[in-house]
Design a protein around this ligand. Structure first.
Ligand code: CP3
Length: 372
């Protein structure tokens, strides 16, 4: 990365509420952003996305950067999350995949046999960086727009980069699409451990390259989504998944950092991870994203390590009456006080039919909150 022009120093995002909280500080105002804040909940998103596929939008720098900015402008959140998808690096490598509306990623040739896996892992992960120009361009355009908006607001707004963790990507690749129980992946772990290890360590490189690409191009923090890891038994998570997640995060840790910046903050998140939080927390991360099933104070007790906690309003509360929503937001802010710092978020993504005004109201509630 050109470290002297990175937004962490050039635009002051190192002093932003988000980055400070991720690194363990408690800014006067708790930072808030939402997973899936960009997307179908916003009429301005639906207007821009009326033509073309999701993947085309991800690879169009003007469109992707504009979509990334929409929720930041509308809701006044403390960070942008890059508009992309976890399967983008696989698409960049030439793997045939589409994002089926209402379903998710669908692969035309699922990896069914060890021969399929052996062929896939021969693809050089360096292709993600080599063919990632549209991604770097979109990140650059976004950080330039964020710098302007930050100047207007008098508050630095960082861009969060993200990638899918090897397990979640593998779950889609071997199944061929979304599934409820990820049986194909869980089965492969035990049926052919060598093929599983080869696949997930290859995915660690692929997804690590995608993370590093975004951070090098100007993202000030990064989040690794292991959305489906909560479906695993803890021992399987520990033995067969954690090493690949660690390798993916190492790709960011290996990057040079701008002068005066200690390291790039990393967040790890998954759904239904109550039983594996302590294992997830052994990774080299700064913050742990928790879904709505485990209160943040209980999550802090479970991990036995003082990380920043991110979360965890049940997205269903976006549909509740304002007073009910406020009580839930305040309870979560209170539970977040047990940790060194708290980044407010939902417990999973914004539902597509959520009322944008309800989302904005949560931002106001968090920003106005004063610890008793
Ligand atoms: O605002 C943001 O959070 C940034 C963008 C973002 C998207 N996908 C955009 C998107 C992020 C961070 C993701 C990550 C992602 N993608 C994950 C991990 C996060 C999670 O939700 O657990 C997963 C599992 C995927 C795979 C995926 N992509 C699914 C399951 C779907 C939903 C399918 C649907 O139509 O409901 C997608 C599509 C997708 N990714 C959309 C968006 C805005 C909807 C596409 C559309 O508008 O048609």
């Amino acid at each position: 990365m050109s470290t002297s022009t990175h937004p962490l120093t050039a635009h002051g995002t190192a002093q932003s509420r988000l980055v400070r909280a991720l690194l363990g500080d408690r800014p006067a105002v708790t930072p808030v952003w939402f997973m899936r804040q960009a997307g179908r909940s916003l009429p301005e998103y639906r207007a821009l996305r009326s033509q073309g596929t999701m993947l085309q939008a991800c690879l169009d720098p003007a469109l992707a950067s504009e979509i990334t900015m929409q929720p930041v402008r509308r809701h006044g959140v403390d960070a942008a999350i890059f508009f992309s998808d976890i399967i983008v690096p696989l698409a960049l490598l030439g793997i045939e995949v589409e994002i089926a509306p209402g379903r998710g990623p669908v692969f035309s040739q699922p990896l069914r046999t060890s021969a399929d896996i052996a062929a896939a892992v021969r693809i050089d992960p360096a292709g993600v960086r080599e063919r990632g120009e549209a991604i770097a361009d979109a990140v650059g355009r976004t950080t330039a727009m964020l710098a302007d908006l930050s100047a207007e607001r008098g508050e630095a707004i960082p861009l969060i980069g993200f990638a899918g963790a090897p397990f979640t990507l593998a779950a889609y690749l071997v199944e061929g699409g979304p599934s409820k129980d990820h049986m194909a992946a869980r089965r492969l772990i035990h049926e052919d451990p060598a093929a599983w290890e080869a696949l997930t360590m290859w995915l660690a490189e692929v997804t690590g390259q995608f993370l590093a690409l975004q951070v090098s191009a100007g993202a000030s923090a990064a989040q690794l989504f292991d959305s489906w890891a909560g479906g695993l038994a803890p021992a399987d998570y520990r033995n067969s998944v954690l090493p690949a997640s660690a390798a993916a995060l190492d790709a960011v840790r290996a990057l040079p950092v701008p002068d005066g910046v200690d390291h790039i903050p990393l967040v790890h998140f998954g759904v239904g991870t109550g039983e594996i939080l302590a294992d997830m927390a052994t990774l080299d991360i700064d913050a742990l994203g928790v879904d709505y099933r485990v209160p943040l104070d209980e999550a802090r007790r479970r991990i036995g390590r003082d990380l920043t906690m991110q979360g965890n309003l049940d997205p269903a509360l976006l549909f509740a009456p304002e007073a009910v929503r406020r009580a839930a937001v305040e309870r979560i802010l209170d539970e977040g006080r047990l940790s060194r710092a708290h980044v407010f978020n939902l417990g999973h993504g914004v539902p597509m039919d959520a009322d944008p005004d309800a989302i904005s109201s949560v931002v106001r509630m968090v920003h106005e909150w004063q610890a008793a």
